[in-house]
Design a protein around this ligand. Sequence first.
Ligand code: C2E
Ligand code: MG
Ligand code: MG
Ligand code: MG
Length: 288
Amino acid sequence: QAKSSGKSQYKTFSAEMFEDLVVKSRLKAALKDALKNEQISVYFQPIFAIDDASIVGFEALCRWNHPEYGSIRPDIFIALAEETGDVVEIDRFVLEKVVKKLHKLEQTGARLFGTVNFCPLDFEQTDLIDHMAGLLERYPLTLNRLEVEVTERSMINESGNANIPLILQNMEKLGVKIAIDDFGTGYSALSYVKHYRSFISKIKVDRVFVRDIQHDTADVALVNSILSMAKGLGMTVVAEGIETEKQRDVLSSLGCQFGQGYLISKPLPIDEFCDLLNVQVDLARQTH
Ligand code: C2E
Ligand code: MG
Ligand code: MG
Ligand code: MG
């Protein structure tokens, strides 16, 4: 009785449910088999030019389709996978999907970049560079088509990972770009930007600065200063979480070049993302 009502209580897996320690440990145990049983899938969310909404790239985001709880967002299960260590295998699974798709897209003449999210544990794997080099050997890409998104948690060596500079240098040699994710939400953003500036090519402005940008002058000032900092350092900027035309207009007026958000598209299954790309290619053909 308690079991069945417990299940129907939650339509989708919520943060509240995540607090349930029993659920949490059950999920942690189930993670091991989630990949094996093909319950983890990869979605692509378009990254677009602010001014004409053309798709210039995508971010790969994973989903866990749990037989009992339905679709579980990565916000919830990636943290668990970091605790169990399964995140490494998950991130390599996502990476392989992205590299294969970019390789294929390139052969069709598309000029897009694709990004994957890495966490500190990924950077602690001593075979990380060998693994990436092996993948890129099997599926060669033009330089700079693949990007790794990192948050400051990875850069700041909370785990005492002294290899970060060497890893970033080796990624650069492989033609892999580094983007700073969720910029502005950490504690010492500017010091690591200074430290790693030569490896960072892109800054992703967290959506907390975008949400109220049409009426909050503080957000305008903050985004403005991130934009001018990025310009001065030769980095590009992607604004995250753009949901409305108004937000896009403000960002455009500030000179922000790239964006991502529900205004253009939610994260999509890979095939649907490719359909969207084809629509764009067809439109471009018709107007030229
Ligand atoms: P993130 O890397 O900052 O990804 C952006 C998140 O914002 C995604 O949530 C995306 O669905 C959401 N988003 C995009 N546009 C909008 C919008 O217009 N409005 C709102 N409200 N949200 C928007 P998602 O997919 O739930 O991912 C959450 C976080 O989980 C990601 O944040 C990333 O840190 C992590 N994550 C996702 N996939 C992976 C992965 O494969 N590996 C690792 N290590 N982490 C991942
Ligand atoms: Mg990201
Ligand atoms: Mg982000
Ligand atoms: Mg985030």
